[in-house]
Design a protein around this ligand. Structure first.
Ligand SMILES: *Cc1c(COP(=O)(O)O)cnc(C)c1O
Length: 468
């Protein structure tokens, strides 16, 4: 019965809304089944060796001095990264004889932040300072604007390597440079935690010269989701601090268990070991070259999709990974061309395509609502979400496709023809889908679901409508 009921779930493979990886080779499936009953806490071989691999990948000055932990995903990793920054700020304030309560700590991030980052602020009682996004900031954190929110009570800035809305990398280096200047003039050192949930498994392979990681001294910690572009099944994430000194000692527990000592600084005691085994399998099986091949392929398919949508004339593409990198001289590019398969020749970012109806389409079809594209694609099996952007651009809606490893060039081809067909149908007044317009205007008040009454609960734009 349960099996039958679960077959009604959408197909994870056609779910282009999710960043979460859905496929692993048979050998990995077998390994995971063999270890399905194991508790991570009981493992002799703790995930520490993986931490030094990641510290190395992200250019920690001394991979042996780096410290970190496996987590259930980036959400847990982000809580721990934020907590460490809060404790360090508290210790500094106390040492200086200043209050840690009035006015209390704050943390700065773009309004495009994933919900896990806002959760940290609320759960750990830190004021959340959201910097509005704009078209000029490419729908992500604007470092100049962020500085207006930074003061002596700022525990740190969350910078996102790969905004969930558009896949844009936030400018870590620029943020760091401005915080350097701020420190020089005020004496306050504000650290950066990089939320690399998606980007920390793409950037090192696809655009190795892009500067975002521990090469920047102000970056104290980085998180990532092993189950996104780390290519493991859901249930594994990581957080790494550049140095042991940056993880306050009181956050580390010594666990004496069956005669051995483990150091623990995660939120869970028990948790399955197999997701971490799956991640380890990928490190060994794919290696640097394997991850690189997958990342380049994802980006290539994302560029294919971006260009096809733009050429249709029906859509504007808001993501930039299909545009040549600013450093490339346009004259040279036009005359001799450049290697189209190499991501270093393009604006760095995630293999994510964000798009909306073109100005022309909207002018010609003012009654067509973009969210119908989501509904009509769903009828064809595709899950492509239509989101509102974050403040101050909440009146702009975008459709978003995450091009994961399972999205092949062939699928891109079929997806484009389905999207174009739907947009054209919606525009032609004699097509059946155009009747949606009529339905919409007749729609009566929404039915109420759930136990929370209107006005109760979160006053922010909430978790449901936020991209994840
Ligand atoms: C997915 C995501 C998260 C949350 O990560 P989980 O692994 O799903 O817990 C946080 N930040 C960003 C930018 C994300 O893309």
């Amino acid at each position: 019965m349960i099996h039958d009921e679960l077959t009604l779930d959408g197909s994870p493979n056609l779910n282009l809304a999710s960043f979460v990886h859905t496929w692993m080779p048979d050998e990995a499936n077998k390994l995971m089944m063999e270890n399905i009953s194991k508790n991570l806490i009981d493992q002799d071989e703790y995930p520490m060796t993986r931490i030094s691999m990641l510290a190395d990948l992200w250019h920690a000055p001394d991979a042996h001095d780096a410290i970190g932990t496996a987590t259930t995903g980036s959400s847990e990793a982000i809580q721990l990264g934020g907590l460490a920054m809060k404790r360090i700020w508290q210790a500094k304030r106390k040492a200086a004889g200043k209050s840690i309560h009035e006015p209390g700590p704050n943390i700065v991030m773009g309004a495009n932040a994933q919900v896990a980052l806002e959760k940290f602020a609320r759960y750990f009682e830190v004021e959340c300072r959201l910097v509005p996004i704009s078209e000029e900031s490419h729908y992500r954190l604007d470092p100049q604007k962020a500085m207006q929110y930074v003061d002596e009570n700022t525990i740190g800035v969350y910078v996102i390597l790969g905004s969930t809305y558009t896949g844009h990398y936030e400018p870590v280096k620029e943020m760091s440079d401005l915080l350097d200047k701020y420190e020089a003039s005020t004496g306050h050192s504000v650290p950066i935690h990089v939320d690399g949930a998606s980007g920390a498994f793409i950037a090192p392979f696809a655009t190795p010269n892009h500067l975002w990681d521990f090469k920047i001294p102000r970056v104290v910690s980085i998180n990532t989701s092993g189950h996104k572009f780390g290519l493991a099944y859901v249930g594994v994430g990581w957080v790494v601090w550049r140095s042991k000194d940056l993880l306050p000692k009181d956050l580390i527990f010594e666990l004496h268990y069956l005669g051995s000592v483990e150091y623990s600084f995660s939120l869970n005691f028990s948790r399955p070991a197999h997701p971490i085994i799956a991640q380890y399998f990928n490190f060994v099986h794919l290696g640097f070259e394997g991850y690189k091949a997958v990342a380049l392929d994802d980006l290539k398919n994302a560029r294919l999709l971006s260009r096809a949508l733009e050429r249709s004339g029906l859509f504007n593409v808001l993501s930039d990974i299909h545009r040549p990198a600013p450093g490339l001289l346009s004259g040279v590019k036009n005359t001799i061309g450049f290697d189209e398969s190499d991501a270093v020749n393009y604006v760095p970012g995630l293999p994510v395509v964000s798009f909306r109806f073109s100005d022309k389409y909207r002018a010609q079809n003012p009654d067509v609502q973009q969210k119908w594209v989501q509904t009509l694609l769903r009828a064809k099996g595709w899950i492509v979400p239509n989101y509102e952007l974050a403040p101050d651009l909440e009146n702009i809606e975008i459709l978003r496709v995450v091009v994961r490893e399972s999205v092949t060039a062939d699928m891109v081809d079929r997806l484009v023809s389905d999207i174009v067909e739907i947009a054209e149908d919606l525009a032609s007044s004699d097509s059946p889908t155009h009747a949606l317009n009529q339905l919409q205007s007749n729609k009566s008040a929404e039915q109420h679901h759930g136990k929370l009454q209107k006005g109760e609960g979160s006053s922010s734009n909430g978790t449901y409508a936020k991209p994840c």
